[in-house]
Design a protein around this ligand. Structure first.
Ligand SMILES: Nc1ncnc2c1ncn2[C@@H]1O[C@H](COP(=O)(O)OP(=O)(O)OP(=O)(O)O)[C@@H](O)[C@H]1O
Length: 757
């Protein structure tokens, strides 16, 4: 495609930067050669318009864009004459200096301009429009830029991208050169976004050996953090040594030798119990603190059972309902215990019981706050109770400003031990999705005396983040747990609910299509499965469930593969929202977004602004925040403003700049994991084949229980049956239950006193 010519030299001013990839520095720019323009392409990790560059490279012919210079090596030269100095200063590279001021500066100081800025900056104030203060800022900025430019060039030699290079330079300044050459692994502690892999790559280029102590310590920590990413709070020592040895390519003995040192440096905690457990220090303390706070909050009250029964009777009368025994027990429990867990499968009356509890608390004149781990779950809770529920993050007033810090040090909340929540009762729904770190944050913001009701289905998939909080709290045996077991929705004829309970019990289900809400279509080729799914979504199900195709959700176990999220979305987009001349599109690194597409926000963003408009287009509400898992539709793609407008399911309208599109993904299909805490009128699950660690009972159970009115499984019945039998869900290494028991049994004397913060 490209016709390559000989290496040539080229130099000139950067007239303007036409395109830049901030991740790898790849840039397309126009170079000014005494009035003539050349297109130059290549990786320029740091470059501003107006700079003078000299390059080696070759001329190539691009099939669409014509001739261009492909830079191989380059150097930024300080502009050598007055005109170039003027250009550089006025380019925007120096804050507060525009073309007019640049002109006046160079007119006054001529060839001496740069020397004056560096050595006698106060003289800049001789120029009209520059105060002494401004003169000083110009000088500081000028010098900083030079250092930064130098640093960028140095880091780019080690393949470090522009964004990361800026972070490294900001963190270390001049010390950076020594750190990179001697111990790049230090960056994994200090800089968000630098993990072991990046540091290790840099170390390799610098020439640091495989058996360097820094490398091994960093690699051990990396192995622990990777396990954390998979949901484990600790790793048994033998597993840690095996995994770390494999990752680092060193012996297990070499790993073991470093553990003690890491413990002394307080990077890890080693607990010799029934097995030797290795924790990242932060995770260990978080687990112990969580256990400790739970025990501190766990008070019981003397109450008169007959009074409670009378109150419950009144609630039953007012609500025109007769509570089942277990439901009553739950309401009695919240009167006598400050921590109560309410569990149960789908349709067992959890929401009805929450409503009863709310009535009870209201009768008692107590303040109640409702929350759930995700925006969607909070929204459902609001709809089901009629009370405002919010995300736990919002309840705790996540401090969006501290985002950088948050990534590295856990989350920063306005509500914490120093500024606890002022309420009498907190009810959390969808507790199975709460991980250790969020639980810890919630408890920090509570004071003894505040009641906590945790509601959830312990058989759902565990939280995405580390820990096994709900199951561990139940397993500890230290808290009042009420497990609802009567299935009300089944009585209403739902096979979805009945089958969900059978799946949970490991019993096989009828795949005979005699049901009105649970269907199975046997298809054993990917092509057939895809065809059936498109037919169901586009033609069949909308009328059957009285919903739009948009509301029908495909849930799949995997991200990759022929029936994984990525591929399914491409295909479903093609059929459900095909290209059309009246639909704008925007191409991104991961695919195409088109007007009309169903999309999902894939991370929590607490700063994103939203608006809700009425039919006439007037704004009726405003706020900030869009959450991982929120689903909406693209209503406009505007190339002029470079913005994509998404209207989410709850009518929030958000404008994404093109640069923020990596926070969105097509959502015709999503993973079962991502669907936790949500419900859809109709769900389709393609289940053909996949790895045993993924295709297990809980995954099937979670997927099935997401469907409210209609569930269709398309695939192989053997796969469905073997999923029901497969309880090989990966074990989570977590010891919260054990820590709770230890602390509870210690009573007054607390062995972890010094760990309490
Ligand atoms: N004591 C009761 N008597 C009669 N019907 C009940 C009772 N409790 C709950 N129900 C009914 O059973 C159905 C399921 O109850 P509810 O929504 O409270 O359960 P859930 O556990 O929250 O279910 P899901 O997890 O599926 O949302 C509802 O239609 C509800 O009205």
């Amino acid at each position: 495609m490209f016709e390559v010519k000989l290496m040539e030299h080229l130099e000139g001013y950067v007239d303007h930067i036409r395109f830049r990839n901030e991740n790898n520095g790849y840039t397309v720019l126009s170079l000014d050669l005494d009035g003539d323009e050349e297109t130059v392409v290549g990786r320029f990790p740091f470059l501003s318009e107006g700079e003078y560059i000299s390059m080696e490279g070759e001329y190539t012919e691009h099939p669409m864009h014509g001739p261009q210079f492909q830079m191989r090596t380059y150097e930024i030269t300080a502009p050598g004459d007055i005109q170039s100095m003027e250009r550089y200063l006025g380019s925007g590279a120096i804050k507060g200096v525009g073309p007019a001021i640049a002109k006046r500066i160079t007119k006054k100081f001529k060839m001496d301009t740069f020397r004056i800025i560096e050595e006698e900056p106060e003289r800049l104030a001789e120029v009209k429009g520059i105060t002494e203060k401004k003169a000083r800022t110009i000088a500081v900025e000028f010098n900083e830029k030079q250092e930064m430019r130098h640093a960028m060039m140095f880091l780019s030699e080690y393949g470090i991208n522009y964004n990361l290079a800026v972070k490294i330079f900001k963190e270390y300044g001049d010390e950076m050169y020594t750190i990179i050459r001697e111990n790049p692994y230090r960056m994994t502690d200090d800089i968000a976004g630098v993990g072991f892999k990046i540091a290790d790559e840099i170390a390799q280029r610098v020439g640091i050996g495989t058996d360097s102590d820094y490398r091994i310590i960093s690699g051990i920590f990396y192995t622990l953090m990777r396990a954390l990413g998979e949901g484990h709070v600790y790793l048994p020592k033998h597993i840690l040594c095996r995994n770390a040895a494999y990752t680092l390519g060193v012996s297990e003995e070499a790993i073991e030798e470093h553990l003690l040192e890491m413990m002394i440096e307080k990077k890890i905690v080693i607990k010799e119990e029934d097995e030797v457990r290795i924790y990242g220090a932060a995770q260990y303390h978080m687990e112990v603190n969580t256990a400790r706070m739970l025990c501190d909050l766990n008070l019981s009250y003397d109450v008169s059972i007959s009074e409670i029964e009378t109150t419950i009777g009144r609630i039953e009368e007012a609500e025109q309902i007769t509570f089942a025994e277990k439901q009553k027990e739950a309401i009695e429990a919240i009167a006598s215990h400050s921590i109560v867990v309410l569990t149960g499968g789908p349709g067992t009356g959890k929401t009805t019981t929450i409503n009863g509890m709310i009535q009870y608390f209201e009768t008692e004149g107590l303040d109640i706050r409702l929350a759930a781990p995700t925006g969607r779950a909070a929204k459902r809770m609001t709809e089901a109770t009629g009370y405002e529920a919010m995300t736990i993050h919002r309840l705790l007033e996540l401090n969006g400003e501290a985002k950088e810090e948050m990534d590295r040090m856990g989350m920063a909340f306005e509500r914490n031990a120093a500024n606890p929540l002022e309420t009498d009762v907190i009810i959390i729904d969808e507790m199975s999705m709460v991980d250790l770190s969020l639980m810890n944050a919630l408890l920090q913001a509570m004071v003894p005396g505040t009641r906590l009701v945790m509601v959830g289905d312990a058989n759902q998939l565990p939280s995405i983040g580390a820990g096994n909080v709900l199951k561990d709290i139940i397993a500890s045996g230290e808290f009042k747990v009420v497990a609802l077991n009567q299935i009300f929705r089944q009585e209403e004829g739902s096979h979805i609910v009945r089958n969900a309970h059978l799946i949970h019990q490991g019993r096989s289900i009828e795949l005979d299509n005699k049901s009105k809400d649970f269907f199975f279509l046997q298809r054993t080729s990917v092509q057939d499965i895809l065809g059936v799914m498109v037919y169901l979504i586009r033609d069949k199900l909308p009328a059957y469930v009285h919903a739009e195709p948009y509301e029908i959700q495909v849930l799949t176990p995997m991200r990759r593969g022929e029936l994984g999220v990525e591929r399914l979305n491409q295909i479903l987009q093609q059929y459900l929202n095909p290209p059309s001349p009246d639909k704008n599109e925007k191409e991104t690194a991961s695919g195409i977004f088109r007007e009309g597409d169903k999309v999902m926000q894939i991370k929590n963003n607490y700063q994103m602004e939203w608006e809700i408009r009425n039919q006439k287009g007037f704004t009726v509400d405003k706020g900030v925040g869009v959450f991982n898992g929120d689903i909406g539709r693209i209503t406009e793609i505007n190339d002029f403003t470079e913005k994509v407008t998404v209207v989410f399911d709850d009518s929030r309208e958000i404008q994404y700049s093109y640069a923020m599109l990596d926070e969105l993904e097509l959502a015709y299909a999503i993973t079962i994991h991502k669907s936790q805490g949500s419900e859809y009128p109709a769900v389709i699950m393609p289940l053909l084949s996949g790895p045993k660690v993924l295709f297990h009972r809980n995954l099937l159970y979670t997927g099935v229980t997401r469907a409210r009115n209609c569930l269709t499984i398309v695939g192989d019945r053997h796969t469905v049956n073997s999923m029901i039998q497969n309880v090989n869900e990966q074990r989570r290494y977590s010891t919260l239950a054990k820590r709770i028991q230890e602390i509870a049994s210690e009573g007054e004397e607390n062995p972890f006193e010094d760990e309490w913060s």
